[in-house]
Design a binder for this molecule. Structure first.
Ligand SMILES: Cc1cc2nc3c(=O)[nH]c(=O)nc-3n(C[C@H](O)[C@H](O)[C@H](O)COP(=O)(O)OP(=O)(O)OC[C@H]3O[C@@H](n4cnc5c(N)ncnc54)[C@H](O)[C@@H]3O)c2cc1C
Length: 261
């Protein structure tokens, strides 16, 4: 297939170029190039964000970790600042895919793609993050809209993600060994704002396990999380595991996350 390629030098130019119906932003290409090769996407124009150095980098200030959209998974995994502020976030980044994926893939691409088994959406929802774009700031609770769907509008560019620093947090990933994605992944956090439990890999998109949040809100313990019987209704069944198996994994992994936090 053929497509036009451009590498804008400002976010505004990238947003303008991406606003066309057949244009696609490209970051690390770790999801988009695969989709193009499989014939699942056939953009007429690729707008490469690679030259936008403003979109790279990590800052920790005012109780928040802010990560530029073009920051790679490897950079987050290796960041001493992230490891000190939210170790669970560095841990999550360090276990995404393999070395190549971590060195090319970006947090903005992962969140925009919203694969139903992706890791970062669970951290965003599990920490109550805010996604910043060239147009606005969107709470994670309003951002993820189900299978590969987000609140992003046409040509809207994610510029950064800010994560409030919790009192405690942990990530538990039950990996599907062939794909390296989560069969089920659970991100748990506790802060003055309350307990958040986010689940990826189990359903049509990332979601909060509100029954486990309620149980942990009154009793922060492994037993309280593991004791919640999660409904299998609406969860995925495939050759790797049934909906009932995934439902059982959610409370088991939430319990392990509480122990690890
Ligand atoms: C073998 C393999 C294993 C993997 N394992 C895991 C895993 O275990 N866990 C996991 O979470 N992920 C996994 N991934 C996916 C990986 O994390 C990707 O890096 C990520 O999904 C996409 O990031 P990217 O930068 O490559 O985005 P791209 O592929 O370049 O883009 C993905 C989508 O996001 C859009 N986009 C990119 N950047 C922006 C932006 N700033 N603003 C708005 N839209 C944007 C693009 O238009 C496109 O639609 C795996 C991938 C592979 C190939």
């Amino acid at each position: 297939m053929t497509f036009a390629y451009s590498q804008p030098s400002s976010v505004a130019d990238a947003a303008r170029a991406a606003a066309g119906a057949d244009a696609k932003l490209i970051a690390g290409g770790q999801s988009l190039l695969g989709a193009i090769k499989l014939g699942l996407a056939s953009p007429e124009a690729l707008i490469d964000l690679g030259a936008l150095s403003d979109l790279k980098g990590i800052t920790v200030a005012d109780g928040k970790v802010s990560i530029g959209a073009m920051t790679t998974h490897a950079t987050v995994a290796a960041s001493k600042e992230v490891a000190a502020a939210i170790p669970a976030l560095a841990d999550l980044a360090s276990r995404i895919g393999d070395r190549q994926v971590r060195n090319r893939g970006t947090i903005g691409g992962s969140i925009a793609n919203n694969d139903p088994a992706a890791c970062y959406p669970a951290a965003c929802l599990g920490l109550g993050a805010t996604i910043h774009t060239d147009r606005r700031s969107i709470a994670a609770d309003d951002f993820f809209r189900g299978l590969y769907e987000t609140a992003l509008g046409e040509g809207e560019v994610i510029t950064s993600v800010s994560f409030p620093i919790p009192d405690k947090a942990a990530w538990q990933k039950f990996k599907q060994p062939a794909s390296r994605f989560s069969l089920v992944g659970v991100f748990v956090s506790k802060s003055a704002a309350g307990v958040r439990v986010a689940v990826t890999g189990a359903g049509a998109g990332v979601f909060r396990a509100t029954d486990i949040e309620a149980a942990l809100g009154s009793n922060w313990s492994q037993a309280a999380a593991a004791g919640v019987s999660v409904s299998a209704d609406g969860l995925n069944t495939d050759l790797h595991g049934s909906a009932a198996y995934r439902a059982a994994l959610i409370s088991v992994l939430a319990g392990r996350a509480v122990l690890a936090a």
